[in-house]
Structures are given as C-alpha cells and as structure tokens.
Design a protein around this ligand. Structure first.
Ligand SMILES: NC(=O)c1ccc[n+]([C@@H]2O[C@H](COP(=O)([O-])OP(=O)(O)OC[C@H]3O[C@@H](n4cnc5c(N)ncnc54)[C@H](O)[C@@H]3O)[C@@H](O)[C@H]2O)c1
Length: 413
C-alpha cells in the first residue's frame, strides 16, 4: 500500500466497468491495477483496455479474494450485476476479516442494492470491518450539473432566494443485458434501474453547495409506474427474441416508465419539490439525461443530447448499427447528435477522481453507502406508493422488509 497512489481493482468487466476505465484517463492519483469477473476472458479484455489507455498495469485475478489479498490493490470499485451485490461484498469482507488483505475503500455502483433489506446488510458488513465507502452516482459529477448548480446558487439563489423545484429525467430505449429486464434479478424495472440517478440529482440540485443532503429532507413521496411499450405483444415477443426466453414480458413484466414527486423539507424552513421521470420506452437518438432547477428569478436546464456536435448521414450511408455516436444509439442515418466524450459528459471521470482522492484521505466523500441506502429507501417508497395509488409519508411503515411486486414477479400492469 502506497500513500501517494491508489491501486484500484474492478469487480465486473461489463458496460459500466468499461465506462469507468475510460474515465480513468482523467484521474491523476490512482491506477487501475486489477479486474475480476466470472468470465476470465472478459476480465482480461477489461484489463487490456486499462493497459491500452495507460491508466494502469491492470491484470485479471482468479477470485475476489485474490484481488483483495494483493497489496497492489488498495480499493475496489464494485460494478457487478445487482443480484450479486451482497455476495460480492460478503466475499470482500470475508477476505478482510480473515486477514488475507487490506483495503482503504470500497466504491459501489448504483443502485446500492435491490431493496432496503439488502442495502442494510451491505451497510452492516462494511461497518463491521470499518471500511470507508463511496456510492457511485455519476450524474452528480456531470460537468454541466456541477457547474450549472454552482453558478445558479452563487448568483441567483444568493440574491433572490433558494430554488424550489428541481426536475430530472433519464430516458432511453431499454437496457443492453437480459438481467436488467428481469425484476427478480435487477430488483424492479426502470424505477429501480434509473430513478436512483434522477431522485438523487433533484435532491442534490436543491441542496446548497457545500451543505449535506440531510439539509433537504424527503418527507412525502408519490410514485407511478407503467408498462407503456414492452408488454405490447409484438414488443414482448421482440424482447424475448433479443434477450432470451427468460425475459418474458407476457408473463413477468417490469415497468418501462416511472415517475416520482418528492416533497422535501429544508433546514432553512421551506417545502420544495423534486420531480423525476425515467423511461425505457423513449426512442430518440439515444440516451437522454436532462435536469432543471428553478427558483424565484432564475432557472437551469441541461439536456445531454444538446451536444454541440451533430453529424449528418444521407440514406446512402448504410453502415452497421453501433453505439459510437451516443450511448443507447437508435439510428445511424439522418442528423445525429454525438457526445464527444461520454465518460466525461456523464460524470464518470470527475466521480472516479473524487473517490480515488477520498480513499487517499485527500477529500471528504460526497456520497457513501449511507446515501446509497437512503436512495434505495426512496425508490422502495415510490414502488409502495405506486402499488397503493397514493402519496406516502417518508419513510412509510414496513419499508425494511418491502420487496416490490415487480421484483417478486407478481406485477400485472
Ligand atoms: N452509473 C451508471 O449510469 C450505470 C450504467 C450502467 C450500469 N450501472 C450499474 O453497474 C452495474 C453493472 O452494470 P453493467 O451495465 O456493467 O452490466 P453488464 O451486464 O454489462 O456487466 C456486468 C458484469 O458483471 C459480471 N458478473 C457476472 N456475475 C458476477 C458475479 N457473480 N460477481 C461479480 N461480477 C459478475 C459480468 O461478467 C459483467 O462483466 C449494475 O449495478 C448497474 O446498475 C450503472
């Protein structure tokens, strides 16, 4: 263990791990040194990506325990699927408990867990071994969100009063891997998968820079979920064909649209609103992230598809389908927006820089597992509200044991 540089190992080598590795180009005081994934080939591929990008002499490990035991690894970034979160952390904690290795920190992707019970278990595990944590929510670190928030609070809010309404949305045409579509594995549908981002973005925008999120406390939640597209018979069939027979939306659907209104009480005595929408039924150029923040004399608006770079391809250009212009790209012809550096634009680079410095003891964490747990509590309240068709006080009774109908395979839209 060195005091100057942090050696980081990844659990998982999929879509998300690759985004982090690309973002690592902008991280100055940490190296990607390892990857573990159940498929040795995929782990090798992610490790060679890190070496090609010169972000670390990464190698593939045979097990999580081996990676924790290597003194070159100081911290772990957890990017496996949601249904193995608990077992991944149990193995890390077993390795630490038995003295096989030491770690300075553990950073975990969103959502922290599939439900409150699992999220609480993770918090207990890391607390037992005294491990510092980071909750990876990249959108808070997106440059437009950070800069826009800072300027708006410094000019507009300082002179005319705090903001009162924040909006956020994340929309695309559906996830890339079968497990996301299966409520039992993923924990729900698009609400669990993507509302974790938007619910935290609205709260963060409403929070004065430098102050803790606790100064903007959620008190009432109204959730709504729906299946707008993927239970239509022709789309349910298409989904089974592309994702495999385990994804059967005629029998076990998950929501492809969710909305939530969160009422917050602020320590400066206001009631303010967060309004968020997420969707797997949006067909546009590709992934669209957006946010707004409104106050008495000002407003902010951000849309990740307003990129400043557009390419036009005539109908004569019949290239292969790809994701080279924008994440979750839906077309290759016509006027297409291009996100020139997605790892920067979506906040991965600044997020990874921050958490590397946190585990080196150079910055205080903006988000820990405790914040991840609170996000899961909000999401589960939104599911409860949607199931009951009414607004709920936060936190509602029975939250710790609650598992959404979608995750139990019992949801009938
Ligand atoms: N911040 C974001 O915007 C964002 C984007 C995508 C995914 N995510 C999150 O990142 C995580 C991974 O998603 P993804 O898109 O990379 O999925 P993915 O399916 O593309 O990759 C998952 C990886 O985990 C590996 N894996 C399989 N079984 C495992 C096990 N038992 N233990 C550890 N790893 C295992 C797979 O081999 C694969 O490499 C999820 O929790 C997801 O919610 C976050």
């Amino acid at each position: 263990m060195s005091n100057d540089r942090l050696g980081v190992g990844f659990i998982g080598s999929g879509f998300n791990a690759r985004f982090h590795i690309q973002g690592w180009v902008g991280v100055r005081d940490a190296d990607v040194r390892g990857v573990w994934s159940p498929s040795a080939r995929n782990a090798q591929a992610a490790a060679s990506l890190a070496r090609e990008l010169a972000v670390g002499e990464a190698k593939a490990y045979r097990s999580i325990t081996d990676m924790v035991a290597d003194p070159a690894i100081d911290a772990i970034w957890l990017t496996g699927p949601n249904h193995v979160r608990v077992e991944n952390v149990e193995e890390i904690v077993r390795a630490l408990d038995s003295g096989k290795g030491e770690l300075r920190g553990l950073a975990c992707e969103k959502p922290l867990a599939r439900n409150v019970g699992e999220a609480q278990r993770l918090v207990e595990l890391v607390e037992r071994v005294g491990l510092r944590t980071g909750y990876l929510e990249n959108q808070l670190f997106a440059p437009q969100v950070e800069r826009g928030k800072a300027l708006l609070w410094a000019r507009g809010a300082a002179l005319t009063g705090r903001p009162y309404l924040a909006r956020a949305a994340e929309e695309h045409s559906g996830p890339h891997m079968p497990w996301f579509w299966q409520g039992r594995l993923q924990g729900g549908g698009v609400l669990n998968d993507m509302m974790c981002h938007s619910a935290l973005v609205v709260r963060d925008l409403l929070t004065k820079p430098g102050e803790p999120l606790a100064t903007v406390r959620p008190v009432r939640v109204t959730g709504h979920i729906a299946s707008l597209k993927w239970t239509r018979p022709e789309y349910a069939q298409r989904l089974s064909k592309t994702m495999g027979s385990d994804v059967d939306y005629a029998k076990s659907p998950a929501e492809d649209f969710a909305s939530v209104v969160i009422e917050f009480e602020t320590t400066d005595g206001y009631r303010v609103l967060g309004e968020a929408t997420t969707s797997w039924s949006f067909v546009g150029a590709g992934l669209r992230l957006s946010a707004e923040l409104l106050g008495p004399e000002y407003s902010l608006s951000w849309n990740s598809l307003d990129t400043g770079l557009k390419l036009f391809f005539s109908r004569e250009v019949r290239g292969k389908t790809g994701e080279d212009l924008v994440e979750k790209q839906n077309a290759e012809v016509g006027l297409m927006p291009v996100v020139a550096n997605e790892a920067v634009a979506y906040g991965y680079e600044a997020e990874d820089r921050h958490f590397a410095r946190v585990f080196l003891g150079r910055e205080e964490p903006r988000l820990t597992f405790a914040d991840g747990l609170e996000v899961v509590q909000l999401l589960m309240t939104a599911y409860q509200s949607a199931e009951q068709g009414r607004t709920l006080e936060f936190p509602p009774a029975g939250l710790d044991a609650f598992v959404p109908a979608v995750a139990r395979g019992a949801w009938r839209p």
